[in-house]
Write a protein that binds this ligand. Structure first.
Ligand SMILES: C[S@@+](CC[C@H](N)C(=O)[O-])C[C@H]1O[C@@H](n2cnc3c(N)ncnc32)[C@H](O)[C@@H]1O
Length: 272
C-alpha cells in the first residue's frame, strides 16, 4: 500500500471500491484493493519499495523515540498491518524491538514481507482477531493502519490485548489542506476511511481503553517531500513546502495542524 505524503502527485492506480452493504463483502473488497496495491511489478514495484523504505526510516525514529522516553526496550514486537515489512526491517537494522513479527490482511503484502530475512514471522490474519495470548508481545505497532479501518478503536483494543504497549502512528488529515476536493479524493484513493485530528486520535486511544503515555508530531523530512519531484519546478516547490511546514510546525504547532497534514505518533499504555 502506497500512502503518498501530503501534497504529492497521485501515484496509486487502484481505486477504493464503492462500499457495499454487508461488512463481510466490504472486508473482501478492501482486502482486494490492498492486495492490488502490493501486487505491482518491475519499475513500479521498485519505486514503491524505495518509497516505503524511506517512510520506514521516520516511522522507526518515532517508535524508538517514544519507547526510549518511556524506558521500554522490547524483546518482542508485533506490527499489525505490517504491509511489505519495511518498518520491521528498519527496526531490525537498528537492533530495536527484539523478535520482530508482522500480521497483514493481504496475501500480496505477506508474500513480500515473509521473503525478508530480517523479519522473524509474517502471517495473514482476518483484520480483527489476533491469534496471540493476552500480553504475548512487549510492543505492538499500528502504523498508518487505523485510518484505513472502519472501527479503529476496536482494532486498537485487540492489539493492546496482545501487546503490553502499543505505538500508533496516523496522519492528521482533519485540516484545511486535506479538506480540499482533490485531497479528499486522493485520501479515498489510498484507502483512508477516517480523517483524524489529534483530538480524535486521542479519543480513539481512550475508547480502546488506553492512555497516551507519550506523543510526537512530524511534518516529514525534506527527502520525503522531494521523493516524487521529477522536474526542477516540482523539486523547488517541494523544498519550499518543506521549509514552510517545518517552520510553522516548530513555531506554531496548532496552526500547522489546522493548515496541513502532519504525522502523529503516540505510545499507548493500559489505563489502569
Ligand atoms: C499505508 S499501509 C501501512 C503499512 C505499514 N504499517 C507501514 O507503516 O508502512 C496500510 C496497511 O494497512 C493494512 N490494513 C488495512 N486494514 C487492516 C486491518 N484491519 N488490520 C491490519 N492491517 C490492515 C493494509 O493492508 C495496508 O498494508
Amino acid at each position: 500500500m502506497l500512502d503518498p505524503p501530503p501534497d504529492t502527485p497521485q501515484t496509486v492506480g487502484s481505486q477504493l471500491p464503492e462500499r457495499a452493504g454487508s461488512p463481510a463483502v466490504e472486508r473482501d473488497q478492501l482486502v482486494a484493493f490492498y492486495d492490488d496495491s502490493y501486487a505491482r511489478e518491475g519499475e513500479q514495484a521498485l519505486l514503491y519499495s524505495r518509497w516505503r523504505a524511506l517512510g520506514a526510516q521516520g516511522k522507526a525514529d518515532h517508535v524508538i523515540e517514544l519507547c526510549s522516553r518511556a524506558g521500554i526496550m522490547p524483546s518482542s514486537t508485533l506490527e499489525v498491518g505490517c504491509g511489505d515489512g519495511a518498518l520491521l526491517c528498519e527496526l531490525r537494522r537498528r537492533n530495536f524491538g527484539g523478535g520482530v513479527h508482522g500480521v497483514e490482511i493481504t496475501q500480496a503484502a505477506v508474500k513480500i514481507a515473509s521473503e525478508r530475512a530480517e523479519i522473524d514471522s509474517v502471517e495473514l490474519y482476518d483484520g480483527q482477531h489476533l491469534k496471540d495470548a493476552d500480553g504475548a508481545y512487549d510492543l505492538g505497532i499500528v502504523s498508518h493502519v487505523l485510518e484505513h479501518v472502519p472501527d479503529p478503536a476496536t482494532l486498537l483494543a485487540e492489539v493492546a490485548r496482545a501487546c503490553r504497549a502499543v505505538v500508533v502512528e496516523v496522519p492528521l488529515e482533519d485540516n484545511l489542506s486535506a479538506r480540499r476536493g482533490g485531497k479528499r479524493e486522493h485520501a479515498e484513493q489510498v484507502g483512508h476511511l477516517q480523517r483524524l485530528s489529534r483530538e480524535s486520535a486521542r479519543a480513539m486511544v481512550s475508547q480502546a481503553g488506553l492512555r497516551v503515555a507519550g506523543e510526537l508530531e512530524d511534518a516529514l523530512p525534506l527527502k520525503v517531500h522531494r521523493f516524487f519531484a521529477d522536474t526542477p519546478a516540482r523539486n523547488a516547490a517541494a523544498v519550499g513546502r518543506w521549509g514552510v511546514r517545518r517552520g510553522l510546525r516548530l513555531l506554531a504547532p496548532p496552526l500547522a495542524r489546522r493548515l496541513f497534514t502532519v504525522h502523529y505518533a503516540c505510545l499507548c499504555l493500559p489505563r489502569s
